[in-house]
Design a protein around this ligand. Sequence first.
Ligand code: A3P
Length: 299
Amino acid sequence: MEGSDKALSYSRVELIDFEGVPLVHFITDSWENIKNFQARPDDILIATYPKAGTTWVSYILDLLYFGNTSSERQTSLPIYLRVPFLEANIPKMPSGVELADKLSTTPRLIKTHLPVQLVPKSFWEQNCRVVYVARNAKDNAVSYYHFDRMNMIAPEPGDWNTYLQRFMDGRTMYGPWYDHVRGYWEKKQTYTNLHYMFFEDMVEDTGREVEHLCSFLGLSTSTEERKRITKGTHFDAMKQNNMTNYSTVPVMDFKISPFMRKGKVGDWKNHFTVAQNEQFDKHYKQKMKSTTLQFRTQI
Ligand code: A3P
C-alpha cells in the first residue's frame, strides 16, 4: 500500500482532558509506562510544542553524536526510530517507551511534546540534559494546522478559522502553546541543564545555533564538521532525505500536506487575515504579559 492509502486505514481521535492538558487516548492509555520511564543520566531529552522544529534539532543531535558511526544508520534508520517519541503509542507501531528502552546508543536521544509538568520525573532526578525548541505562536499554529490535516490520527482540525480559535483557546493536543513555552522557560531558571532554542534563530543562522548547542553539550566539533551538519540538516536536504522526511510513516497523507512543508519564518502572513491577526495579537499580549520570553514572527 502507498503511504496515503495506508493513512486512510487509521481514524481520527478525540481530545481528552488529562490532568488539565488535552491529550489523546494513545498517550493516556499507556500513561503508567510513560510516567515510570527510567531515564539515565546521559539521556538527552528533546522537548518541543509540536511543530516547533523537533525533527530538525533531532537530526542535528543525531549527526553530532552518531554522524560518523555506521553509514547504515544514516541510510536505513528513520529519525523516529533513532530518536524515539517517548509518549507515542500508535497502533501497529512499537511504543516510544519500548523503543527508548531498547536503544543501545549512548547517549539516548529521546523526543517528547509533553508540557514540562508531565515529563517523567526520572529525567529531572537524573539531571538529564534537555534541549527545548520554541517557535513563534503564529507560525507554530499554521504548521500545526497543516500537520493535523494530514496526520490521520490527529483530532479533526476543521477549517483554518476554527483551528486558530482552538489554538488560542489551548484546545489542541498538548494544550496551550502559551503554557508550554512558558513552562520550560520557567523551568530553565532553576534547572541549569536545559538549553532553550528558537526556531527563528535556527533559520537565521543554523551554524551559530549548532555551535551554541555544542557548547551546551560539551562537544568539541571542528568548524568543518559543523558546516557539514548545517548543510545536511538544511530544509531541502531533509525534505529529500527519506530518513528525515517522514515519508515512511503510515499515518500521514502527504497528498494533503507534506511533513517538510515550508520551513520558513513568517508563513503565518499567508494564512492570517487582518482581523485574525488583530484578535490574535490582543489575546497574545494578555497571555504572555508576565513573562520575559520574547519571540520573533519575522526575521
Ligand atoms: P512548516 O510546517 O512550517 O514547514 P516538527 O519537527 O516539530 O514536527 O516541526 C515541523 C516543522 O519544522 C515544519 O514546519 C517543517 O517544515 C519544519 N522543519 C523541519 N526541518 C526543517 C529544517 N531543516 N529547516 C527548516 N524548517 C524545518
